[in-house]
Design a binder for this molecule. Sequence first.
Ligand code: V0D
Length: 255
Amino acid sequence: MPIKFPFAKTKKQAETQSLGLDHTHLPKHVAIIMDGNGRWAKNRGMPRIAGHKEGMGVVKRIVSYASDLGVQVLTLYAFSTENWKRPKNEVEFLMKLPVDFLNTYLPELIEKNVQVRTIGDFDVLPPHTKNAVQEAIQRTKDNDGLVLNFALNYGSRFEMVHAVRQIAEKVKEGVLDPSDISEEMFSSELYTSELIEPDLLIRTSGEQRLSNFLLWQLAYAEFWFTEVYWPDFNESHFEKALYDFQNRKRRFGGV
Ligand SMILES: CCc1cc(N2CCCCCC2)n2ncc(-c3ccc(F)cc3)c2n1
């Protein structure tokens, strides 16, 4: 396929480059708070779980699009530690979504060289959820394309307290001196220790909060908010977020 645009490695990149997206300056790691599923359903007189189901279809489209564009890591806030407070039937439905998603989409993820990972307190998830996700992690562990990282039963404050406990244990055992504790050491104790930090956070549905998501890791990320509910989010919205990311001056405390 003759590539009309420099740097474009795929047809998708050539298409979006024609719209002004520069593929040499994409965010490496995009994190998304996929909000608005319940309100989307309520506005249509549908049960909340219809919004989650519709939202899962959007996940498939955005994962494919991010993979085609060459984004390196995509972290999706799928279930927070606070979500256990939701009605029992909704939690049970949500805990089935990874099984449904992977049953239908894992072959395509493998074909696209995507590596599936998770962050969060994984062990307390229901067995059917854990089994499906563990199989996907195992079957994609050697892939070196897009890292698709699901935040499952994730809470940033829980994650940070766990990291502090790990470090405190090392000091207590005498294998670590408090003066040796550094930002790098703290980061290495987080679920995200093997990942580059996010450089773009997207949150849908008009909320402009972090909601206990990646509080340490997002220190230098650009934040992009949209009123669009997640079930209505599409490739054009994602591309607009990447385009805006590219056109902002990015400073890391410097001038
Ligand atoms: C466990 C709750 C949950 C909710 C959920 N929603 C509901 C909330 C936001 C909208 C998207 C659809 N999705 N969508 C994909 C997954 C998924 C998770 C892990 C995995 F390995 C494969 C897929 C998912 N998981």
